[in-house]
Design a protein around this ligand. Structure first.
Ligand code: ARG
Length: 466
């Protein structure tokens, strides 16, 4: 057992207690963040004269050595240490001797772990944004390819009005765009440095908290030391943003599963992203989409678990907060994996355009347009709606679509119908005449694609600036 305390104890910790309390099995993920934070801390300690320049250099060399040796496998993080902070400090002292004992001057594990978690979340947030960006590019490419791929649009999972695949994909583009900028918002609020808050009440050393904040790329130091060590709001916001991403992925997956079914047959998921059945030789299952939909649950669970853990905690730090890690790590891994796999699956899907268009033509998706046609001939919309309702009933009776009826049949319902009705209710007209901003008509879509391109260029530049 290697721990950072023990002076005031007369007995050894019970073994089970030690195991229950220890966090190294999961916070070893913080190695890089812990060392980065410690380097900033000792740099500041030396700049304000609490340790000498020589001591600082020895400590920094030692810390870099630990990171290097751990990454190349020379040094193994064993679970004999209570947590990653103890591992680093114990190894540092082993390496450079007593001077290593100065590392923790003016610091507590409470502000240290608050910092490590923030550094970790910042990296994870940027990684998730990168994956969202890749997905947005895929969607943008596909939208360009499918401006004239007609399909039915649905409400209540009933065919409603014709749209294009580009338009449908565009809905997801909007969702993932919001997800991306939502993460920017989380970052803006969280990017303040808790280091220097100490256990909860700051320290008596003249620490330069502005310097450590600057060294670690924060906007500045946090402004209340009690809040600094007990704030996990940013993590809850991040988990909420991750949950929203999963919700969007899950809805998309649900549609892909439906479209891939024999009944719809709109698409075929590529063999590389499908799986078979052990008993039914004919089966090709959409497991990746199903798993992504399923994994939504564990990400929501992480958000819920942390909200419950934080509820009712008195200020400031409480050990309960150690529970923030495993669930966050799991949620982060889940979302990054799902985004990557989903993007690969989406890119390789084959769209059966003919089936999609045929589906749009059957099911009276042009009924609204037929009603609008009558409005154009002077009939009030409410009456036109009723007339087309009767027309649809008639069509169902004779097993025909509106455009398959003869002019005679149409005029029995309303004498206002003329020859140009056929053009007016064709699939192409129904889609291409929808030209309000955000509608599926090609011209309207091209305007949106321009706006999307500006967004993609902007986030590209933002990342380059980092
Ligand atoms: N492993 C702890 C955590 O994750 C580190 C902070 C420990 N602080 C303490 N006062 N015991 O929260």
């Amino acid at each position: 057992m290697a721990q950072l305390w023990g002076g005031r104890f007369t007995k050894q910790t019970d073994d089970l207690v030690y195991q229950f309390n220890a966090s190294i099995s999961f916070d070893k993920r913080f190695l890089k963040q812990d060392i980065t934070g410690s380097i900033a801390h000792v740099t500041m300690l030396s700049d304000v004269g609490i340790i000498t320049e020589d001591e600082k250099n020895k400590i920094i060399d030692g810390l870099n050595g630990i990171l290097e040796d751990t990454l190349n496998g020379k040094l193994v993080i064993t679970e004999t240490y209570e947590d990653i902070h103890s591992f680093v400090e114990a190894n540092l002292i082993e390496r450079i001797g007593d001077v290593g004992k100065k590392l923790h001057t003016g610091r507590s594990r409470n502000d240290q772990v608050a910092l490590d978690m923030k550094l970790y979340v910042r990296d994870a947030l940027s990684e998730v944004q990168d994956r969202l960006k890749a997905l947005l590019h895929t969607l943008d490419d596909m939208m360009h390819d499918h401006l004239q791929t007609y399909m039915p649009g649905f409400t209540h999972l009933q065919k409603a009005q014709p749209i294009t695949l580009a338009h449908h994909l565009g809905a997801y583009f909007e969702m993932f765009k919001r997800d991306y900028t939502r993460l920017d918002d989380v970052y803006e609020r969280m990017n303040y440095c808790p280091l220097g808050a100490g256990a909860l009440a700051g320290t008596t050393y003249p620490l330069d908290r502005d310097e450590t904040a600057r060294l670690l790329d924060f906007y500045g130091p946090t402004l209340n030391s009690i809040d600094s060590v007990s704030d996990r709001d940013y993590l809850i916001e991040f988990l909420s943003a991750l949950s929203m991403i999963m919700m969007h992925l899950s809805r998309f997956c649900e549609e892909i599963i439906l479209w891939n079914s024999n009944e719809y047959a709109f698409i075929e998921i590529d063999d590389t992203y499908s799986t078979g059945s052990s008993i039914m030789p004919q089966k090709k299952n959409p497991d990746i989409a199903e798993l992504t939909r399923g994994k939504c649950g564990r990400v929501y669970a992480a958000l819920h678990a942390l909200l419950v853990t934080m509820k009712g905690l008195p200020l400031a730090y409480n050990k309960d907060m150690q529970e923030d890690k495993e669930l966050s790590f799991d949620a982060i891994d889940t979302v990054t994996d799902c985004l990557q796999l989903f993007n690969g699956m989406l890119k390789t899907i084959t769209f059966h355009k003919d089936v999609m268009a045929a589906s749009a033509m059957n099911g009276f998706t042009n009924a609204t347009d037929a009603a609008d046609y009558l409005v154009g001939r002077g009939i009030p919309f409410r009456d036109a709606h009723a007339l087309i309702g009767r027309l649809v009933l008639y069509c169902i009776e004779v097993h025909k679509n509106i455009e398959q009826l003869t002019l005679d049949e149409l005029q029995k319902i309303s004498p206002a119908f003329a020859d140009d009705i056929y053009e007016a209710v064709s699939l192409k007209t129904c889609v291409e005449k929808r030209l309000t901003v955000g509608a599926p008509g090609e011209e309207a879509m091209r305007e949106v694609l321009k706006i999307n391109k500006a967004f993609l260029d902007m986030i590209e530049e933002e990342k380059e600036d980092e």
